[in-house]
Design a protein around this ligand. Structure first.
Ligand SMILES: [Zn+2]
Length: 260
């Protein structure tokens, strides 16, 4: 497959440039996905999480910001938007096969102002130590030319928090045992070296994305049924392009770090 350019500022799936790539981890018992905003997890890894959940994996979401800037309406009630987006995120989690609100954690940093600081790193590490995931998934902080600061910071936080969670001398105040996941999968990857087959779960990914009704206009550009169908088609085509490298009907792309 030829390398192709993909706009690093469009949410979802990156270009696939690597010639040799791994695929399909063993289904983990527990997975934790860490997104900057409500909907980022579904764009980045919704198909993978749905596939694993259907095979018995317990999936967890951690969302770092409150999503309060996720509208083009300058007169929007942003406090109400935060509530709406949290409900949408819990519904999306359920649609992927998650257990519900108890498996979705919100850090509620102000949208657009996420900083990879020590306090937030500690919060993320605490969730890792509590959930004890086999696989952690998050934004790739090394994605070149990406504008959105929250996506960069979220990626940095998940990587830094893995180090903090695994080492016993970090954050003794947690009162929790250290935890070392076996794999980290970074979506929006700058260098794709791993793909997950989502042929069986692409429709579930779309269904979960469509739980984020408040984002239909600003993120999905789906202001009517025809535009929504075009959005679905874009997601399907992107999944097919990624999967074609390994003869899969649809796939999601990651950079895998497995020496944690
Ligand atoms: Zn985002």
């Amino acid at each position: 497959m030829t390398a192709e350019r993909h706009d690093p500022n469009v949410p979802g799936q990156p270009g696939l440039a690597a010639a040799t790539i791994g695929h399909n981890l063993d289904v983990p018992a527990v997975a934790l996905a860490v997104g900057a905003h409500p909907d980022d997890v579904e764009f980045g890894a919704g198909g993978t999480l749905a596939k694993w959940a259907a095979a018995g994996c317990r999936i967890h979401h951690l969302v770092l910001t409150d999503g309060s800037k996720g509208t083009w309406d300058p007169d929007a009630d942003t406090a109400a938007l935060v509530d709406i987006r949290e409900r949408e995120q819990i519904e999306a989690h359920r649609r992927l096969g998650g257990a519900g609100a108890d498996a979705v954690v919100f850090c509620r940093r102000v949208d657009g102002e996420l900083i990879a600081d020590a306090t937030t790193r500690s919060e993320v590490a605490r969730v890792i130590r509590m959930v004890r995931p086999d696989v952690v998934l998050g934004h790739d902080p090394w994605k070149r030319y990406r504008l959105h600061p929250d996506h960069r910071a979220a990626g940095q936080l998940v990587c830094d928090a893995i180090v903090a969670a695994r080492d016993p001398h970090f954050h003794r105040d947690h009162g929790l045992a250290p935890h070392r996941p076996s794999d980290l999968l970074l979506w929006e990857a700058d260098e794709v070296d791993h793909i997950e087959d989502i042929s069986s779960s692409l429709d579930t990914k779309l269904w979960a994305l469509e739980a984020h009704e408040s984002q239909f206009e600003s993120t999905m550009h789906a202001t009517d049924d025809a535009a929504m169908e075009q959005f679905r088609q874009r997601v399907r085509e992107r999944g097919a392009q990624i999967g074609s490298a390994l003869s899969m009907t649809a796939a999601e792309a990651f950079h895998r770090i497995d020496r944690l």
